[in-house]
Design a protein. Structure first.
Length: 279
């Protein structure tokens, strides 16, 4: 790929055109760019995707429950597959257009028309190269989330053949939202003298959770952390996760009671997905 990039830059009239239309000091810059281009082209191959694997895992897929994490991973896979399908069609069109223009070039005698067509050919070649680079990054992203999907399934004792069901997803939703609401409430409380912010109070209320009870649990947890610090130690991330799990145990069932009081059925099994999807 590097050789192709270098060859493309050498063949193009772009670089030469720039050299002929810039002050002398800029010509020096262009010469240095040309000299360093092979190394830069080589190292660019490490990227061509939006995020690192670290960011995907720690900052993008931040859901606290496994099926929610599977849902997010599958959404990324679906989005990436869609992008790959689009670029595949675009590449086929570009390559066909390239062949067409290269064929036309052989029959053009007018030097100006010939030069114009050469520029159009160069433009298509650059489009193809950029698209192919993007494809490589997208495939690596696709591969990463495929591996995470398998890992997440294994973490809940599932095989690829078994997969998950929409019913399992719905059953986990209460846990996900309770833990997420309390996580956000705790985060907000750290910068608000221990008090939950309005937005997360609404979040908790909408799930049938009493805000005062949630506030009391936040106060108790923050005091526990303070006691640990005063004892000369440091609270761990695991301590926080255990607290969030305890919040779920405390509040599970609240959403069902509240939904029934409002006249809703929290999960209608007749409306769940049946059968296998396909990619």
């Amino acid at each position: 790929m590097v050789d192709n990039v270098i060859a493309l830059h050498k063949k193009s009239s772009i670089t030469e055109g720039l050299k002929n239309n810039v002050p002398p000091e800029y010509k020096v810059m262009l010469q240095d760019i040309q000299k360093t281009l092979p190394a830069m082209a080589r190292d660019m191959g490490n990227f061509y995707k939006s995020h690192s694997q670290f960011m995907y895992t720690m900052l993008d897929v931040t859901q606290l429950t496994p099926i929610r994490s599977i849902k997010h991973s599958l959404a990324e896979i679906n989005k990436t597959q869609g992008a790959l399908e689009e670029v595949y069609i675009r590449l086929r069109k570009n390559k066909l257009e390239l062949k067409k223009k290269q064929s036309q070039l052989k029959n053009i005698e007018d030097i100006f028309e010939q030069e114009l067509l050469e520029i159009e050919i160069l433009e298509i070649q650059l489009q193809i190269k950029n698209a192919e680079d993007s494809v490589k990054g997208a495939i690596r992203k696709y591969s990463y989330f495929t591996e995470q999907y398998k890992s997440l399934l294994a973490s809940i004792g599932k095989t690829e053949e078994e997969g998950i069901t929409e019913e399992e997803y719905e059953k986990e939703e209460e846990k996900y939202h309770i833990m997420t609401a309390m996580k956000q409430a705790l985060t907000a409380a750290r910068s608000r003298q221990g008090f939950i912010d309005e937005g997360n109070n609404i979040y908790l209320q909408d799930m049938g959770i009493n805000g005062a009870t949630a506030q009391a649990m936040i106060f108790q947890y923050l005091k526990k952390e303070k006691d640990i610090f005063e004892a000369g130690k440091e609270p761990s991330h695991e301590l926080t996760m255990n607290f969030l799990e305890s919040c779920y145990e405390k509040f599970k069932g609240c959403s069902l009671q509240y939904s029934e009081k409002r006249g809703f059925t929290l999960m209608d099994k007749k409306s769940l997905h049946i059968g296998n999807g396909s990619l």
